[in-house]
Design a protein around this ligand. Sequence first.
Ligand code: ZN
Length: 175
Amino acid sequence: MKCDYCDLLERNQGILFSDNDVVVAVKETALTPGQLTIFTKDHFTILELVPDKVLAHCAVVANKVSIAIFETMGCQGTNIVIENGLSGGQNVPHFALEIIPRRENDNLPLQWLPKQLMDEEMDTAFLMLKEEGDKLVNVGKEEKKKEVVLKSTTEKLITEDGKDNYLLKSLRRRP
Ligand SMILES: [Zn+2]
């Protein structure tokens, strides 16, 4: 059986926009009129499974959709929400972002009150996550390295051959 979002896409129901990677839709159920749902065209169940390139595109589309909501719905703010995993409130097993128009005193149940943490709680969480945080320093660097290698290989082929060859053509075809 298809999931709710794959089903919307197949039936072309409430779809405002779609491209190769993402779909923007209006659902029958929402917190408030004007709420839009952005989901990936391919069926990725949770955030962690969405490829970086598609996720980056989702963020760009979310920003454009948020701007469109501001301009057309006359709201003063938006919430951009990802429900990730069952405990995160996700009830459709397909990654999505919700863009929710907000107005002053609209009383939508999206506020939470942060509580003051005990020093010990904060320190423990910090230490547990610090190592993971350090790994983020290298995010994106691997991709750049690959590009440099690809570029220098391509240049070498041009100098060696002086003309296009099969390998060069196939390198150029790579995204
Ligand atoms: Zn799906």
